[in-house]
Unconditional design. Structure first.
Length: 274
């Protein structure tokens, strides 16, 4: 599916509807990137694939410079991010654009960051070259991406359980843009090197995540590949899918909480110094 259509449609709306839940679920990664930016002393920060703006606003609040920019391909998510910033009284700019193509100000940012936003480029080398041109010489790249599906079984539980009941469930393909598109370190290094970034490093980050049990059904019926197709199923099929998938998550349910480990990479690199 075209990424603009996907994230401006069903997938993006699902993230907006689940904004509060996802903010809490992924807050450890937000905290990680805020700490990285603080350590760098960066004042002008570009957040790529900013979604509804949680990380961008947190970084902008920490820097206090007004120089933070979030960019996302999905207009509804950018609108939600702008509303968040206005509600929180934080000075930050949000841009609705494809970061792969957008004409950012040359050498306009001291750091480029992303929380799960850079795995969806159709041409990642071109995208990261564009981001490098937007960075000052010596600027830091700091991104959090998912490791492979085998190390993140929670993330594919819903689609694996639902697949026998939903023949049109979209399959994940390792050679296409998607959640696990940056799982292979060699590919990530090749992309960044080809785009002109230097010193690419990947550090494993394993984070214990907690989801309230009351939110589990909303999570698996609205997000991911299952969320893209379940709305088209008839009532009887939907009921069977929900029951089957809910049971598949039993190993992760502990009382009134759902617990899993998010297996990710922190990707670091620098723009050439000159």
């Amino acid at each position: 599916m075209n990424q603009t259509a996907r994230w401006s449609g069903t997938a993006g709306q699902a993230w907006i509807d689940a904004q509060a839940m996802l903010d809490e679920l992924f807050r450890p990664f937000e905290d990680l990137l805020v700490a990285e930016v603080a350590g760098l002393g960066a004042g002008r920060v570009l957040d790529v694939g900013c979604g509804t703006g949680a990380t961008t606003v947190a970084i902008a609040r920490r820097t206090g410079t007004g120089g933070c920019v979030g960019v996302d391909i999905a207009e509804p998510m950018v609108a939600a991010a702008r509303a968040r910033a206005a509600r929180d009284g934080v000075r930050v700019t949000f841009v609705h654009a494809d970061a792969q193509e957008h004409a950012f100000p040359a050498a306009g940012f001291d750091a480029v960051v992303s929380r799960f936003g850079v795995m969806f480029f159709t041409d990642p080398v071109r995208a990261f070259a564009n981001l490098r041109r937007a960075a000052v010489p010596g600027a830091a790249l700091r991104a959090v991406v998912w490791r492979d599906a085998a190390q993140n079984p929670f993330m594919t539980t819903a689609e694996r359980a639902a697949a026998p009941l939903l023949p049109d469930l979209p399959a994940r393909r390792p050679d296409e843009p998607g959640q696990f598109g940056f799982a292979a370190p060699a590919r990530v290094r090749a992309v960044l090197s080809g785009a002109g970034w230097t010193g690419a490093r990947l550090r494993p980050v394993d984070v214990a995540c907690v989801l309230p049990g009351r939110d589990l059904e909303h999570y698996f019926t609205r997000l991911g590949p299952l969320g893209l197709v379940l709305g088209r199923a008839d009532a009887a099929t939907r009921a069977r899918v929900v029951d089957t998938v809910r049971a598949a998550f039993d190993p992760y349910v502990h009382g009134d909480e759902v617990r899993f480990t998010a297996a990710c990479w922190q990707v670091d690199a620098e723009a050439p110094a000159g």
